[in-house]
Design a binder for this molecule. Sequence first.
Ligand SMILES: Cc1cc2nc3c(=O)[nH]c(=O)nc-3n(C[C@H](O)[C@H](O)[C@H](O)COP(=O)(O)OP(=O)(O)OC[C@H]3O[C@@H](n4cnc5c(N)ncnc54)[C@H](O)[C@@H]3O)c2cc1C
Length: 320
Amino acid sequence: MRGLTSEIAARLGAIPDARAWRDAPLGPFTTIGVGGKADILLTVASPVALAEALRVVAYAGVPWSILGGGSNILVADSGFAGVIVKLDEAFHYVDTPVGAAGRSVRVEAGGGLPLSRLAVHAAQAGLSGLEFACGIPGSVGGAVVMNAGAHSGSVSGVLEAVHVVSPAESGWLQAEALDWGYRRSGLPAHLVVTAARFRLSHAVSAEVLEHHRTLLGVRRRTQPRATRTFGSTFQNPPGDYAGRLLESSGLKGVRRGGAQVSTVHANFISNVGDATAGDVLGLMSMMRGTVRAKHEVVLEPEVRMLGGSFPWDQRARGAE
Ligand SMILES: Cc1cc2nc3c(=O)[nH]c(=O)nc-3n(C[C@H](O)[C@H](O)[C@H](O)COP(=O)(O)OP(=O)(O)OC[C@H]3O[C@@H](n4cnc5c(N)ncnc54)[C@H](O)[C@@H]3O)c2cc1C
């Protein structure tokens, strides 16, 4: 595999607007900051370079995945045996065509742009619709894939279309063609979101910014601050809140190695030391098992794993 990796790295690095690094640590590219290395980390600066790189990788039969802001990702301690793709700053653009007064406005943003920057840009431009996104970390592409949301709003409510690139094709997909759900877009894993178009409405900029301040205040009061975390660990089960179930199970503050259930919000795990992915997974298993025993509710992860699988999925496979 090592020979194959260096050959692929050389071919990827030769693509104009692409850069390849071998044995790249992935933890620093995630908000929780744990996990091993990728065989190759590839950054691309144009959709054309991305398409070419994906063709090289697909032709070689090497596993690949895309990393956005890394704010909803847990990287396995063993890392990722394959190619991790990241969109570089060329995908950090936002473009606001002027709409007719009283009508909705279409805003196009690059897939790598931080979602919160897009929300602030819209607010400053006097556009409403993305207020829910003002405190959500991560990129526009990751937000589309996760159908990120908060305060009763979500990406699917304002998204018009996404531009996607795959090894085989590229083009715009209408949002209504996707299978949206809670923290789900239904977008197939082999499609990379390189841009998204949102439909926003005219509003008074000062009022939208004031709404941001209110929502950010709620976040500051209810979520841990200045901590390394990937946000909500588990999805809310139908009709309930994962945080409520975890807190009433007495889990706040419980620790495994360097990973701790936040003392502020029981559905957040903090990396309080040099946590490993093993620490985080051990803690997640314990949280899930405790809630199952106390409330007879099975929590499903909101965080996604890169380069590994959750222990309960491994056990289920072992039982097959
Ligand atoms: C402190 C904190 C608070 C949070 N609060 C919220 C919240 O209120 N609401 C909420 O919904 N989430 C929240 N999150 C979770 C996270 O911010 C969102 O899920 C976010 O949308 C993930 O975006 P990302 O770019 O970081 O994606 P990543 O974590 O990098 O990736 C997530 C998934 O999307 C895929 N992906 C990423 N970019 C692309 C792309 N361009 N094309 C195709 N696939 C891609 C990845 O392969 C992966 O499967 C929070 C996280 C933190 C750390």
